[in-house]
Design a protein around this ligand. Structure first.
Ligand SMILES: Cc1cc2nc3c(=O)[nH]c(=O)nc-3n(C[C@H](O)[C@H](O)[C@H](O)COP(=O)(O)O)c2cc1C
Length: 327
């Protein structure tokens, strides 16, 4: 039994590990704190052994680069007064996975933020949401109010509403904006873990990554690895849109063929190219549909889009980026 599973005994409800690939999105019963705890049990407290459990799980960031999460946490854990930032900005116009997760399961993300903040010894944590995503911002504000009333978290959680810009989600741009500057990437070093928000060591994690942390903390690394592949364990959220009958956000085990996600979205087969990874992604020919879902194999967030017209999508991508420059 690991330290992490020992911590389960502190919760009032026994945990019920989700079976199958549907792990992250609250299926029914509303997104409130009571329904969340009813479904998954109370969260354990975060402590340094949680970082070891995350390392054992093999969790990689779901924000695009697929970097090992435990390595990022260890980089700030030994430092003075670190800050944890939850990146829910999702500036990529073709992606809805982070917004959907925050709407459906805000407490899972906030549990992950609290657990990480406790594990690395932070005294402040921040969740960043695109200010134009007003429903998402309200859902998170409501969830934060519920948690404050319930006294759920030892480390204060703050929300910041970010400008609607593609690059604001890039971590150095986000930190520059949080520090009062433009939402533009800065040169490194220093890296955020050396000098970030307010000059303090900062770790920026995607909101889906944090939700996965909240599940690893409850149910352990072995359970986490029951989905996915040995190289890339766990599940991943994918946004599917365009010429499909059921556009939406789907959760699949890593390593699943893209055809599985297409099938969930109502497409038996496609004869057109698919845009994989969003505006900075790549067009994949129909012959590539046997490729498998990865966290870092596709540029940007892990999602893909069967378009009606590749040229139409390319021109609308360029138009959008032109309209929402970095500043
Ligand atoms: C141009 C650009 C845009 C990005 N946008 C986002 C974003 O919207 N959300 C996000 O979580 N990460 C985004 N990232 C990645 C972040 O810089 C960072 O790697 C990520 O938030 C770290 O979280 P993770 O380790 O959990 O993946 C972007 C990176 C680049 C280069």
């Amino acid at each position: 039994m690991t330290d992490v599973t020992v911590a389960h005994a502190m919760g009032s409800e026994p945990p019920r590990a989700p079976s199958g690939a549907a792990r992250l999105l609250m299926p029914t019963g509303g997104a409130g704190l009571a329904a969340h705890v009813e479904r998954l049990g109370a969260r354990p407290f975060g402590s340094p052994p949680l970082i070891s459990e995350i390392a054992r799980s093999g969790l990689r960031g779901r924000g695009g680069a697929g970097f090992p999460t435990a390595v990022k946490l260890n980089a700030v854990a030994g430092r003075r007064n670190p800050i944890v930032v939850a990146n829910g900005t999702e500036g990529e116009p073709l992606s809805a996975k982070d917004k959907t997760l925050l709407l459906r399961s805000p407490h899972l993300v906030l549990d992950g933020l609290a657990l990480v903040a406790e594990a690395v010894g932070a005294s402040v944590s921040v969740v960043c949401i695109d200010r134009s995503a007003t429903r998402v911002a309200s859902a998170v504000e409501g969830a934060l109010a519920e948690r404050r009333a319930a006294g759920s978290d030892r480390v204060a959680q703050e929300i910041r509403l970010t400008p609607t810009r593609y690059v604001v989600g890039e971590e150095t741009a986000l930190i520059h904006w949080l520090n009062g500057g433009d939402a533009k990437p800065t040169t490194t070093p220093p890296r955020p873990f050396e000098r970030g928000m307010g000059g303090r060591p900062t770790v920026v994690l995607n909101v889906e990554t944090l939700a996965q942390v909240a599940l690893v903390a409850r149910f352990g690394a072995e359970w986490f690895c029951r989905a996915g592949t040995p190289e890339e364990p766990g599940t991943v959220l994918m946004t599917v849109g365009g010429a499909v009958s059921r556009p939406g956000v789907y959760e699949v085990g890593l390593g699943s063929p893209l055809t599985t996600v297409l099938g969930s979205a109502g497409v038996a087969e496609t004869s057109v190219a698919v845009l994989l990874g969003g505006y900075f992604g790549t067009w994949m020919p129909a012959t590539g549909m046997r490729s498998r879902c990865t966290t870092c194999g596709s540029p940007g967030r892990s999602f893909w889009l069967p378009p009606k017209s590749p040229t139409g999508n390319t021109s609308s991508s360029i138009r959008n980026i032109g309209n929402t420059g970095p500043g």
